[in-house]
Design a protein around this ligand. Sequence first.
Ligand code: CTP
Ligand code: ZN
Length: 154
Amino acid sequence: MSEKELRVSKIRDGTVIDHLAAGQALNVLAILGIDGSGGEGVSIGMNIPSDRLARKDIVKVEGRELSQSEVDVLSVISPEATINIIRDYEVVDKKRVERPEEVTGVVSCPNRNCITNADEPVASRFEVLSDGLRCGYCGDIVREGEVAENLDVS
Ligand code: CTP
Ligand code: ZN
């Protein structure tokens, strides 16, 4: 990619989440619990022309790697995403997200009466469907477009 086309600067250390479905960048920040208050450097690009997708979003987070649960939830809202680990400006690891059979943590169940929302030490667990998530405890469904509104922000 030429200098002319580079829209978001390269980072020294951290994670580049690339090939996000257009429109998902802000949801990705929500999934990662990033609102700027943590002090980490964050760059986002939205609706960037891409070879693989017509348009893509991209999120670059400095000084931070992602947990497997975070990557699992990302796969639900952006199955084509690529996670690049950057160290000293080099891409040292690149992997496509994989749609897991279930996701634990990160998302909370929308059913207020679900055991996972009671004062019990029960972590959320969802079965991954083709278009959303099903709570493993009460069966409530979180559709793909509703994931961002049902994040466990604790
Ligand atoms: N990147 C970055 N900072 C770096 C290195 C790379 O922000 N120090 C970004 C690039 O801009 C790109 C992504 O990380 O968006 C992956 O980098 P690279 O593998 O070099 O790019 P491509 O070959 O285009 O990736 P792909 O094949 O996954 O499309
Ligand atoms: Zn539930």
